[in-house]
Ligand binder design. Structure first.
Ligand SMILES: Cc1cc2nc3c(=O)[nH]c(=O)nc-3n(C[C@H](O)[C@H](O)[C@H](O)COP(=O)(O)OP(=O)(O)OC[C@H]3O[C@@H](n4cnc5c(N)ncnc54)[C@H](O)[C@@H]3O)c2cc1C
Length: 382
């Protein structure tokens, strides 16, 4: 077997792996480095749609399918349509993201992309050995985006639930979508003792993504998500004649487990594998852009990966919410409803992207039902 030596090896050319490879490729600091990007999938499909909020213009604006300045929240007793400026809610297709980055990497002098699945990784004092079926590579440092969930022992301290969903991209015969308003959460669907909501992204009056979503422990039969979507399109959107253009499904781990503790001096976990997924929402994309920049700074300053921690105050709030949802899953609707009723969407979005002051955070928590949070806090402290 040939041994090929690299300065950096990135495992996985998904969201985080491609963001990191691109950031290194564009930064003169890495101009003399040799970087290997290993991806097990040989072809890329439009396997996901990424949405995120951002103030003003951003890195991926040229790839956006659509952006909205208004979002809708629907609970049992209220329908709120709110302007979120200076934020916009942005969405892009996975396929466009992969194509954009793959084309850029073809021109790169320092990053080499190879389609091989990593089978094992072994760290020693000076290097990391990475094995695929075809090759053995060595890297001074490895960035790993291959996700492995917390073990049952680790999970005991931090409960794991899933954000799981199925979405249909549809084209309706009549205009059924309010084109300028993205439905962030519509809790009017039966909760069945869970936290269940619809998520709707309108691309035009006739076309949109309609997604049946849960924050809960157990996945459903595929037909249950689809029955939920069909019922919503028929009863809530008032449409019986439509075509399904594409489908997407996903299950995003929601846990406050400290993934960064898996980092060592030579191996850094990135993306969902590194805890870059916001535990209480499943949103990962925008945070991955920020964490990539932090990681680049850290590499330039020669600081250890073990310092790449998440924000501790916010981590604690996420822990409390997940404690509540894992024990009393039906409470999600009342928590989100109270929050959206009493606080501005700008404050909530800033809170969810961990950009608030302590006072704003207390104001958000104060808006939520107090008993479950106090009980979760009490259990965590004692
Ligand atoms: C359908 C779907 C929709 C989502 N929508 C949103 C959204 O709207 N907004 C948001 O913020 N987040 C969203 N997420 C969550 C999150 O942004 C994505 O999961 C995101 O892709 C995570 O990035 P990642 O780099 O950690 O993982 P991935 O993008 O999954 O990348 C990991 C890569 O590693 C490769 N790989 C795995 N094992 C190996 C191996 N052994 N060897 C080589 N390669 C390997 C995989 O093939 C993959 O390409 C969504 C997730 C899904 C599944």
């Amino acid at each position: 077997m040939v041994q090929d030596k690299f300065d950096y090896i990135i495992i996985g050319a998904g969201a985080a792996g491609l963001m990191l490879a691109a950031a290194m490729d564009q930064d003169p600091f890495f101009a003399s480095k040799k970087i290997l990007l290993l991806e097990k999938q040989t072809t890329r499909t439009n396997d996901r749609t990424w949405s995120y909020w951002e103030k003003g213009s951003g890195l991926y604006d040229s790839l956006l399918t659509r952006q909205w300045e208004e979002i809708k929240f629907k609970g049992v007793n209220q329908v709120l349509i709110k302007n979120i400026q200076p934020y916009s809610y942005k969405t892009l297709r996975g396929q466009d993201f992969y194509t954009y980055h793959y084309q850029k990497l073809e021109e790169s002098n320092i990053v080499r992309l190879r389609h091989e699945a990593v089978l094992s990784m072994e760290e020693s004092e000076n290097l990391v050995v990475v094995r695929t079926a075809a090759q053995t590579y060595t890297g001074s440092y490895v960035f790993n985006s291959h996700f492995t969930p917390p073990s049952p022992k680790e999970e005991k301290k931090h409960p794991l639930i899933q954000q799981h969903f199925v979405g249909w991209f549809i084209r309706a015969e009549k205009p059924i979508f309010q084109e300028n308003v993205a439905t962030f959460m519509d809790f009017s669907v039966p909760q069945k003792s869970n936290t269940r909501f619809m998520y709707v992204l309108p691309f035009s009056e006739h076309e949109g993504l309609v997604e049946y979503t849960l924050f809960s422990k157990d996945l459903l039969e595929f037909s249950e998500y689809e029955d939920g979507i069909e019922k919503y399109i028929s009863e809530d959107l008032g449409c019986d004649s439509f075509e399904i253009l594409e489908k997407e499904k996903g299950s995003i781990p929601m846990t406050a487990y400290n993934f960064y503790r898996r980092n060592t001096e030579r191996v850094c976990h990135i993306g969902s594998a590194g805890g870059w997924t916001k535990p209480s929402t499943g949103f990962t994309f925008a945070n991955s852009m920020k964490m990539t920049q932090r990681l680049i700074r850290l590499l330039k300053e020669g600081v250890s990966f073990t310092r790449l921690k998440q924000h501790s105050r916010h981590h604690f709030y996420d822990t409390l919410l997940l404690d509540i949802l894992s024990k009393k899953n039906h409470l999600g609707r009342s928590i989100f409803e109270a929050m959206f009723k009493k606080r501005s969407p700008q404050m909530i979005l800033a809170f969810l992207e961990e950009g608030t002051t302590v006072w704003q955070e207390l104001a958000i928590i104060w808006a939520c039902p107090k008993k479950p949070f106090l009980s979760a806090l009490f259990k965590r402290l004692f």
